[in-house]
Design a protein. Structure first.
Length: 150
């Protein structure tokens, strides 16, 4: 299935998707998310709640949202559109707790196969192919990922 780019959605589609997400992310969803982290840890490099466990848990949250969209007949948003964190967050997704809609975050070159001269600050790897395992990559990636979406 083709994943649309968030930039290709019309203003009305962005508004609809943002409202659908807000409707799905209830206090119960937030509480379940917090409870998992309290039980398994905040994520990071080692220990419970890290690496693949962190990614699997959050993948299930996305899957639940996508299933809710399908159940509401909003298949056009499944899979969820991709968003480049170097792009401003669309105004339709604003919320009072966010200080800016323009994080200006360029993905680091070490998460690409081509790589670059700057290494991952934890392992020093300069390209995606240098990570030894999914757990090794996931443990590093969860720290960066969460910074992009908070």
């Amino acid at each position: 299935m083709h994943r649309r780019d968030l930039k290709t959605l019309s203003s009305s589609e962005l508004t609809e998707l943002a409202n659908l997400i807000r409707g799905h992310v209830t206090q119960a969803v937030l509480d379940a998310h917090e409870a998992w982290h309290q039980m398994h840890g905040s994520g990071g490099m080692i220990g419970p709640g890290s690496g693949e466990h962190f990614l699997d848990f959050h993948r299930n949250f996305i899957k639940n949202l996508e299933n809710a969209l399908i159940n509401r007949g909003k298949n056009q948003y499944v899979p969820l559109p991709k968003w480049n964190p170097a792009d401003p967050i669309p105004a339709e997704f604003s919320h009072p707790g966010r200080s800016t809609n323009n994080p200006g975050i360029s993905p680091p070159s070490w998460i690409t196969l081509a790589g670059g001269s700057i290494g991952d600050p934890v392992f020093g790897y300069t390209s995606l192919g240098q990570f030894k395992s999914l757990m090794n990559w996931g443990g590093r990636w969860d720290l960066t990922f969460m910074a992009w979406f908070t």
